[in-house]
Design a protein around this ligand. Structure first.
Ligand code: AMP
Length: 126
């Protein structure tokens, strides 16, 4: 499966410093920043710095170091926003949309972390 990465997508531009973001955390392979249109009191996007279109692209082709770095960054974000449900936090939901059926708007893999209120049911039918 070939993945076509569009270098003009908005998250590529954030990574290049061409447009601003509100970062929470940056590591060697990963960036976490606040969603510009938050759908919960805490709405953070975690992205790899590499050129990956979707989560399955990332998990298929990223290096072990990138994948571990991404996973640890996700945990650090949850702790930073008080959402770590395994140790007293109220919890969160992590969502990643992929492609047409997943209704992905920005074609650079990103994990949404939503927290700070009850998030509701997992999916809707429309
Ligand atoms: P998705 O539909 O999963 O591709 O989600 C894309 C997300 O990116 C949406 O929640 C947008 O609000 C968010 N977004 C778009 N542009 C920006 C930006 N410049 N900074 C932060 N978040 C953004």
């Amino acid at each position: 499966m070939a993945y076509d990465y569009d270098d003009t997508n908005i998250f590529a531009r954030i990574l290049r410093g061409e447009i601003p973001s509100t970062p929470l955390l940056e590591t060697v392979h990963t960036l976490a920043f606040r969603d510009i249109a938050p759908q919960a009191p805490e709405h953070v996007l975690v992205i790899p710095k590499g050129r990956y279109v979707t989560y399955d692209h990332f998990f298929a082709e990223a290096s072990d170091a990138e994948i571990v770095d991404f996973a640890r960054a996700v945990a650090k974000v949850c702790a930073a926003i008080g959402a770590e449900a395994h140790s007293g936090g109220k919890g969160s939901r992590a969502i990643t949309n992929a492609g047409e059926h997943g209704v992905q708007e920005v074609p650079h893999f990103h994990l949404h972390i939503l927290a700070g209120r009850p998030i509701g049911r997992m999916i809707s039918r429309d």
